[in-house]
Each structure stands twice: as C-alpha cells, then as structure tokens.
Design a protein. Structure first.
Length: 287
C-alpha cells in the first residue's frame, strides 16, 4: 500500500518502521495480558494438541514478571509514539484506536475476548487500523485503498480466528468464557464467516474499481480474495463438523484435528496477503 501510494522514494521508511514497531509491541503486550486473563481457561485447554506453550502455567514466568515486561513495552510505545506525533500530528488518534483494539480484547478489566461475536467484529478492523496507520506514517495520507484492501484481508484473516474459537469452545466453556461458539454451539460459525467474507469481497468490487481507476485490476484483486475465501470456507465447514461431533460424542482428537485445519486457513491468509501485494506491485510497474 505504501509503495502504491507514494512510490519507493516518496515514502518515509524510517517512520514506516517506527509505526510498524509500535503495532508489533502493542500486539506482543496484548498477548501478555491475554495469557494473564486466560489462566483459568488455559488450565483446561489441550495445549499439547494445539501446539501452544503457556509460560505462566509452565512456570517459565510469573504474572508480576509479565506486568513488568508490559510496563516496559508501554513506556517504549509511548516514547516512539511521541516522536511520531512530532512528524504526524494525527498519530495519537490512531494509537488510541490501536490501544482500544489491543487491550479491549485482551485486558482482564475489559475482556472483550470473553464476549460473544467480538472475534467477528474486532479483528477485521484491527487489520484496517494497523494498515492505515503504517501507510499514514510513511506517506501522510489516509489511504482509502489501504482501508478497503486491508478490510478484505482482515475478513480473510478473521476466518481462522473464528475457527480458533471453534477449536477452543470446549475449554472456553469450562473456563467461563461466553464466546460465540460457547453460547451458540449449534451455529456453523466458521462456515458463516467464510461466506460473509465471500459476499463482502464481491460487494467491494465497485468501490475498489472507483478508487483504483482500473476495473480489471479490481476484478483480479477481488477474485484473489474470493479464491482464498472459498478455500477458507471449505476448511471452516470441516472444522464446524468436527466441533459438532465433539459436542455430541467423545472425541479426544478434536482439538488436534481442528488445529491442523485452522493452521491451513492461516497459511492461505498469508498467501492472500502476498498475492495481493505482488499484484499491486506488478500493476503499478514497481517490479
């Protein structure tokens, strides 16, 4: 997006890297608080089957140590954000949005991760916020193209987040979470979100064509997203079937099998991001 908006020479790559580092630090700190918040749930989770280590539960770190690391991260974020603000006056607004997404979902005092349908709504806009922020830092532009394409990618990425919630629905219920999959286990959440992504991708064709000024390029970008969304929907259907089976019969392999399918969705999401980036670079004559 940055190269498309300003070209290689027109972008401030130093500010781009600072903005990207800030978003990474907030993401890392969010995970620290998520681990603190989820201790009760994680004790019931099949971490071995899903390939996740839990430092707090394994004794590798303590909550106090996590909080000390968090304070250090926040201090660094504030210093970097203060410098960015001297160059980009609207950066505090974007930072506030990022902090809302990061801590609203992961901090135990707010705990949106424990509420239904937050994974549906938060993660696509998180991707939009991150993308618009780094493009603004590098170019001074609030890019509509960046917002549209990152929304498509955010929806694609959220397919595997919804599947992750399906995978964790049993341990989440035991841990007291009230996620969508816990409250409404009969709904095929992964399938539904894949279909939503498909529909939004198709509806995005007209605004993309207007912004790009190139209908053929817009069609290619939409078809790329649709292709990945179809695959993610098919995988999501399999995860939904596994979840239904696990809810009705003993199924000790559920988490491991659902995790493998979810990782396939994550891989296709990366493929989608790389493909869209390459298409824009080639179409813009930058490679």
């Amino acid at each position: 997006m940055t190269v498309w908006e300003a070209g290689f020479s027109g972008a401030d790559w130093g500010l781009f890297m600072i903005a990207a580092l800030i978003t990474l630090l907030i993401h890392v700190d969010g995970h620290l608080w998520n681990d603190i918040m989820d201790q009760k749930t994680d004790r019931r989770e099949k971490s071995k089957e899903t390939g996740r280590d839990r430092p707090l539960l394994l004794g590798w770190a303590t909550v106090d140590e996590y909080k000390k690391i968090s304070r250090g991260i926040i201090f660094l974020v504030m210093v970097l954000a203060l410098y960015l603000t001297t160059q980009r006056l609207l950066m505090p607004l974007l930072l506030a949005i990022g902090l809302f997404f990061g801590y609203g979902y992961n901090h135990p005092r707010i705990a949106l991760a424990y509420k239904p349908f937050t994974e549906y709504s938060i993660f696509p806009w998180l991707v939009v916020g991150v993308t618009v922020t780094v493009v603004y830092a590098a170019t001074t532009h609030f890019s509509l193209l960046a917002a549209l394409l990152s929304l498509l990618h955010g929806l694609t990425a959220t397919c595997f987040v919804v599947s992750m919630m399906r995978r964790d629905s049993i341990s989440d219920r035991l841990g007291g979470k009230k996620t969508s999959s816990v409250l409404y286990p009969g709904l095929p959440h992964s399938t539904i979100y894949g279909i939503v992504t498909l529909l939004v991708a198709v509806l995005m064709l007209y605004p993309l064509a207007r912004v790009l000024g190139n209908t053929n390029l817009a069609v290619i970008l939409v078809l790329t997203t649709v292709f990945v969304a179809v695959i993610n929907t098919a995988i999501g259907m399999r995860i939904d079937r596994l979840c239904t089976r696990a809810l009705n019969t003993p199924f000790p392999e559920f988490e491991a099998r659902a995790n493998r399918l979810m990782l396939q969705q994550a891989a296709f999401t990366v493929v989608n991001a790389v493909a869209v980036s390459l298409i824009l670079l080639v179409a813009g004559g930058m490679v």
